[in-house]
Design a protein around this ligand. Structure first.
Ligand SMILES: [Zn+2]
Length: 200
């Protein structure tokens, strides 16, 4: 008999404007500020799901920071989250931009959201079932990536979220839910889980 690989649901999270305060091209650990409601939301979600950050970091292609600096920022973010008892299953970033900078970073990659490459890579690495997973972000590019990968999607009103909420109809990219923040998103996910369980 072929060996069954156990897959599981995950929550994919945008970084800037969703977990941490939006800063235009954040390049210094000192600029990392976690949104308070994000802590509460992540504490709930991590009881049930692996948490995976997926983030476009075109600042690398643009030469604003290099990958070592980005690793330091992510180390600092992990340390801040750990102080609240939160641990991430992974952080995936896209350093590319289709027009800015120079190769290898200037290219039409498959990972830059709204493409779904980072979600597919994480699903392969961590044995995740995308069809029962969730994507949360403050931009419609997050929602588009999550939908392309086959996940449920939630637009948060933090970061750029309120502005992007107004563009939903024009862009034709409809999230499954719109939440005030990550805590509200976590509550909706837990409630939708309850509904699914009751239906069985
Ligand atoms: Zn990329």
């Amino acid at each position: 008999m072929p060996q069954q690989v156990q897959t599981r649901a995950a929550v994919f999270l945008d970084r800037d404007g969703t977990i941490i305060e939006e800063v235009n091209y954040l390049r210094d650990s000192a600029e990392v500020r976690i949104i308070p409601a994000a802590i509460e939301g992540l504490l709930i979600l991590q009881e049930h799901f692996p948490l995976v950050i997926i983030t476009n970091q075109a600042g690398i292609a643009r030469g604003y920071l290099d990958e070592n600096q980005l690793d330091q920022i992510h180390g600092h973010l992990r340390a801040l989250l750990a102080q609240s008892g939160i641990s991430l299953a992974g952080i995936y970033y896209c350093p590319h931009h289709p027009q800015a900078g120079y190769p290898p970073y200037r290219r039409n990659c498959r990972c830059r959201k709204p493409k779904q490459g980072m979600l597919l890579a994480a699903a392969a690495d961590l044995a995740l079932d995308l069809s029962v997973s969730y994507t949360i972000g403050d931009k419609l590019s997050d929602i588009a990536a999550g939908k392309s990968a086959g996940t449920h999607t939630i637009l948060v009103r933090t970061g750029y979220g309120k502005g992007h909420e107004h563009q939903i109809s024009r862009e034709g990219i409809f999230p499954d839910y719109i939440s005030d923040d990550l805590l509200d998103a976590a509550a909706w996910i837990m409630e939708s889980q309850g509904r699914l369980t009751k239906r069985r």
